[in-house]
Design a protein around this ligand. Structure first.
Ligand code: G3P
Length: 222
């Protein structure tokens, strides 16, 4: 399974990239604005930070077909490999995903709220589908709908990967990993919550305390 970071916070991405085996980074226009920096500068920083084997996903900002294609072609050339264009599944977006497939541009179909939207984007040749799990919970069960999408792709033997997005808690991630999802893109705070547990810190403190009490030193070897 691919573990992806959904963020443009360079410091946190660096830290998590050391802690975890990270497949790449996803952003969207809102995430880039939240960096507080010029978006193109942040994109450059992300490109420098990631290894060539890690994937970077940048979303188009224009919303009409021609505009999406113009930006998609530019995004796809930002790196020699592992560069993906995120395109929302609007009418213009779906048309653009088809054209990108014909032109060999890798895409991630985003802003997916139903399994049907995702399935149609997959048929158009999207490499990844990003259902907005938490936001979907405003309309039903985001986790279950995402599981439906995974199943639709499986029974029809479509190789498109589902990269679940818009997570607000570790439970949502947990359920989809358990269901065999191909990828998750997780905000930094949720990913830290997946890693950290107060009981782990307490356990390590106990080991240190007992060791020191018994041997009056802090290390294994003398
Ligand atoms: O990639 C963006 C997607 O994850 C949306 O997240 O937190 O705005 O619902 P959010």
């Amino acid at each position: 399974m691919e573990l992806i970071i959904d963020s443009a916070d360079i410091g946190k991405i660096k830290a998590l990239n050391e802690l975890c085996t990270v497949t790449g980074v996803t952003t969207n226009p809102t995430i880039l604005t939240q960096s507080g920096k010029e978006a193109l500068d942040v994109i450059d920083e992300l490109i420098s930070l990631l290894s060539p084997d890690q994937k970077l996903f940048i979303q188009v900002v224009k919303t009409d077909y021609e505009g999406i294609m113009e930006e998609a072609r530019k995004i796809s050339k930002l790196r020699p490999k592992n560069m993906y264009v995120k395109i929302p599944v609007t009418h213009d977006g779906l048309k653009a995903i088809k054209t990108c497939k014909e032109e060999g541009i890798h895409t991630l179909a985003t802003a997916i709220y139903t399994a049907e939207q995702g399935f149609i984007a997959a048929c158009n040749g999207a490499d990844y589908l990003a259902p907005y799990v938490n936001r979907m919970c405003n309309y039903g069960d985001g986790v279950e709908t995402t599981k439906d999408l995974i199943e639709m792709l499986r029974v029809h033997q479509i190789p498109t990967k589902v990269v679940a997005a818009s997570f607000k808690n570790t439970y949502q991630v947990h359920e989809l990993i358990k269901a065999g999802i191909q990828a998750v893109t997780v905000p930094c705070d949720v990913l830290f919550n997946m890693i950290d547990h107060p009981a782990t810190t307490i356990a390590v403190g106990e080991f240190t305390m007992n060791w020191q009490k018994a041997y009056n030193r802090k290390e294994l070897f003398k």
